[in-house]
Design a protein around this ligand. Structure first.
Ligand SMILES: C[S@@+](CC[C@H](N)C(=O)[O-])C[C@H]1O[C@@H](n2cnc3c(N)ncnc32)[C@H](O)[C@@H]1O
Length: 215
């Protein structure tokens, strides 16, 4: 359904992230690590180079992690970051739209994933998204958000960097989006409530933990 492909930039991904945002994205992803919960089975969708999974393993060494990562080159990066042959990590080539969960997860993580897709593409994920919502009790989501332009230098540079980044990804990873879509409403429609969040103003990133409160 989508031609998003991160293979061309997989080897540069960590460098580009550091170059553009320093440690801000790493810090945003790490917001979950203050949670005391026991996450036995965790699903990570579009994990990229495996940085987050590696840090996650450090904080929750007993978690069993399933990673969905369709890009071959990204999977290669993952295998450099963590022991993918360990019994606690399983890396699947499967795309979200083809993934049929056969087990319950304690936590699903999507970091900088949804912003790869436009509204129409996100709508096409709907059926699988619903299945996944029923297979977890917690969902951790980290994404850039569209800053409100209030005319100050910070918000202007914020939006310029994000537009530049997405222009770059459009060219090299075939992203078909140039505007960031908030998907908070999708979680709410599927019975989740926001239980914790951290909002960075620059760069504009939200780290949000949702809990399923109704089915
Ligand atoms: C912007 S990168 C984010 C990587 C990482 N999660 C992070 O925090 O940096 C998006 C990732 O999603 C993967 N991806 C793209 N389409 C996907 C799909 N349909 N299902 C699962 N993963 C996908 C890409 O290969 C890429 O590694």
């Amino acid at each position: 359904m989508t031609s998003v492909n991160f293979c061309k930039i997989a080897h540069l991904f960590n460098f580009l992230e550091m170059f553009a945002f320093g440690l801000s994205m790493t810090k945003s992803r790490s917001f979950i690590f203050c949670s005391k919960g026991k996450f036995r089975n965790v699903l990570m969708i579009g994990e990229g180079t495996g940085r987050f999974a590696k840090d996650f393993q450090h904080y929750y060494p007993h978690s069993k992690i399933v990673i969905l990562e369709p890009s071959e080159k990204m999977r290669l990066e993952i295998s450099k970051s963590l022991e993918t042959d360990s019994k606690n990590v399983k890396v699947l080539e499967t795309r979200l739209e083809n993934f049929k969960p056969s087990m319950q997860f304690d936590l699903i993580c999507t970091c900088f994933f949804w912003d790869c897709f436009n509204t129409k593409q996100i709508d096409e994920f709907e059926v699988n998204f619903k299945h996944l919502c029923n297979s977890t009790r917690l969902w951790y989501n980290v994404d850039f958000y569209e800053p409100r332009i209030v005319g100050n230098l910070r918000s202007l540079s914020n939006i310029t960097i994000i537009r530049f980044l997405y222009g770059f990804f459009q060219k090299f990873a075939h992203l078909d989006t140039c505007k960031l879509n908030s998907i908070t409403h999708l979680f709410c429609q599927n019975g989740f409530s926001l239980v914790k969040q951290r909002v960075l103003l620059f760069p504009s990133i939200k780290s949000q933990l949702f809990k399923r409160t109704s089915s």
